[in-house]
Design a protein around this ligand. Structure first.
Ligand SMILES: Nc1ncnc2c1ncn2[C@@H]1O[C@H](COP(=O)(O)OP(=O)(O)OP(=O)(O)O)[C@@H](O)[C@H]1O
Ligand SMILES: [Mg+2]
Length: 313
């Protein structure tokens, strides 16, 4: 297994944002992580990268990458690993590109930091070409604000993949982009994976993206994984009411807009988690027993788990 996360808990002060999450990503495969805003998807990915800013800290669990215990790894070694073996595409492209340096300077700097290329300039141009930026050599001299949103996102991806990482964590890589550019970026990630055999964690709130990209899917709700299955099983036979709700909210062209069923209410923030199942207050299947304790993930069929006392539905 390329990456294994077991029982991970991350808190900000006394509030847990990630509460006992386990995932596994084999080389060459894509794990989709889906859930509404505030579920803990970004905190989970920053935890894996060990990029949490104080007061965020990992308080329980383990992270193993290629047999190495990431939580025991010294900062220096972790810095070397980050960017070279594990790369991340952040949710906000503008916050991770430096406005005062050219695109080329930033990619070259990242490559130098990892001593990752004999000829950093040529490698940077190759990375920009790989993400299909037309005239990559000219793009090297551009500043981030001179590029369109779609181009900036490609630059972000080029930076992340310039070192050919073994694991790429892409946090909402296409949210800000229009549909055509989104499709191109997803295709690009798929091609890269086929070329390099990298493992991919794709974080999104868009089940359409999951359907197109993911081999396995983890559905997150209020800091926990509430359902985990192969993409096929998740779409054919969803077992957690939250997943049903998400699926019901996929826009479908064959349905009248008024008939779309979205889940009512919002994800509770960590300080407002109920003592029982955190989805129960929004759940049409909830019964009194659901308020007792957060239900653990249970295997319902091989490889298909759900954290619901009422499953199978
Ligand atoms: N630096 C922080 N300090 C305190 N709480 C935080 C911090 N960062 C995140 N949180 C809380 O942790 C929870 C999970 O946040 P996170 O950003 O991981 O959600 P998300 O699933 O990535 O949402 P989105 O889809 O909007 O990106 C939220 O309740 C958020 O308020
Ligand atoms: Mg996020």
């Amino acid at each position: 297994m390329l990456l294994t996360v077991e029982g991970l808990a991350t808190s900000f002060g006394r509030m847990r944002a990630v509460d006992g999450v386990s995932i596994a990503v084999p080389a060459g495969r894509t794990l989709g992580i889906v859930g509404e805003s505030g579920c803990g998807k970004s905190v989970l990915s920053l935890s894996i990268m060990r990029l949490l800013a104080a007061p965020g800290s990992i308080i329980a669990g383990g992270i193993t990458f290629d047999g190495q215990d990431l939580l025991a790894m010294p900062q220096r070694a972790m810095r070397r690993l980050r960017g070279r073996d594990i790369a991340m595409i952040f949710q906000e492209p503008m916050t991770s590109l430096n406005p005062v340096h050219t695109v080329g300077a930033q990619i070259i700097e990242a490559l130098r930091a990892h001593d990752a290329a004999a000829d950093p300039r040529a490698t940077a141009i190759a990375a920009l070409t790989r993400v299909r930026i037309p005239d990559a050599a000219a793009a090297m001299d551009k500043f981030p604000h001179q590029l369109s949103g779609g181009m900036r996102q490609r630059v972000m991806i080029a930076m992340a993949i310039a070192c050919i990482p073994r694991l790429l964590i892409a946090d909402e890589p296409t949210t800000a982009l229009d549909v055509t550019v989104q499709a191109q970026i997803l295709e690009l990630l798929r091609d890269l994976q086929a070329e390099t055999g990298m493992g991919l964690i794709l974080i999104t709130h868009d089940l359409g993206v999951i359907a197109e990209m993911a081999d396995e899917v983890a559905v997150m709700y209020a800091g926990r994984i509430v359902e985990s299955a192969s993409a096929q099983d998740l779409f054919d036979d969803p077992q957690h009411p939250y997943t049903l709700g998400l699926l019901g909210s996929i826009p479908r062209l064959d349905l009248d807009r008024a008939r779309l069923t979205a889940i009512e209410g919002t994800v509770p923030p960590p300080h407002a988690w109920p003592p029982g199942c955190r989805f129960a207050p929004r759940c049409p299947f909830a019964i009194t027993a659901c308020d007792a304790a957060p239900p653990p993930l249970r295997e319902l069929s091989p490889g298909h788990q759900a954290a619901c006392i009422r499953a199978p539905l």
